[in-house]
Design a protein around this ligand. Structure first.
Ligand code: 5RP
Length: 225
């Protein structure tokens, strides 16, 4: 079995979490794509469910399956299921490899429950080897990159012409393994021009990580909101 099959196993295992949920946040990426396919295959069961997508890509896929999506409502999302680029033993995450980190963080923050699905390559002891994706405004973007570079080696992710769904750019800050992700988060978040930082703290309620030894289900009780 390969990592694609493990992503699919994690997505399939997450399906039971959707039982009885009315408003569901849907993340972005290849792992979540498997989840959307599973939901789509059972779309009659989800006729009364409202989905809050974290990207135009996930939104398009949900609509293709005939599911209802919204960007606007008040109150809380019942549950959000999303992938990650890295997850540490406390459920802290690096996200944004797919450029959707700002909407992903907003959706997670406004959810009563957040479940992370991933293959076991995403599981790390310390966050940071992936780099930290940071969404930045196009205005004075070279200056923002320079300020980030003074802190840690930073480059623009991909083509500077390609924009996020919010019309912004994504920078990659090459922190390497972080001893104190909260400190790094606070430092980067304080730089004007930074919209959001791909370090997700205290947001994960549980994870489903699948690999060669099967799937492991973990709760992070300290993150309960
Ligand atoms: C997108 C993300 C994704 O969740 C992350 O990049 C993981 O993607 P994949 O499931 O394709 O490995 O944060 O912004």
């Amino acid at each position: 079995m390969n990592s694609e099959e493990f992503k699919k196993m994690a997505a399939q295992s997450a399906m039971e979490k959707l039982q009885g949920r009315k408003i569901v946040g849907i993340g972005t990426g290849s792992t979540v794509k498997y989840l959307i396919d599973e939901i789509g295959a059972d779309h009659l069961r989800f006729q009364n469910t409202l989905f809050v997508p974290t990207s135009n890509d996930s939104e398009k896929k949900l609509i293709q399956h005939g599911l209802k999506v919204t960007h606007e409502f008040s109150g809380f999302i019942d549950i959000t299921i999303d992938g990650c680029d890295e997850i540490d033993p406390d459920g802290r995450l690096i996200k944004g490899g797919g450029g959707a980190l700002t909407r992903e963080k907003m959706v997670a923050y406004n959810s009563r429950e957040v479940v992370i699905i991933a293959d076991s390559t995403k599981s790390v002891d310390k966050l940071g080897d992936f780099g930290v994706p940071v969404e930045i405004l196009p205005f004075l973007w070279r200056n923002t990159i320079e300020r980030l570079n003074e802190f840690c080696r930073t480059e623009i992710k991909g083509d500077p012409e390609s924009k996020t769904d919010n019309g912004n750019l994504v920078a990659m800050v090459r922190t390497g393994k972080m001893n104190d992700p909260e400190k790094v988060f606070n430092f980067i978040k304080n730089i004007p021009g930074v919209v959001e930082v791909g370090i997700f703290l205290n947001l994960t309620n549980s994870s489903i990580i699948c690999g060669r030894d099967g799937c492991s289900f973990k709760d992070y009780p300290l993150n309960k909101r």
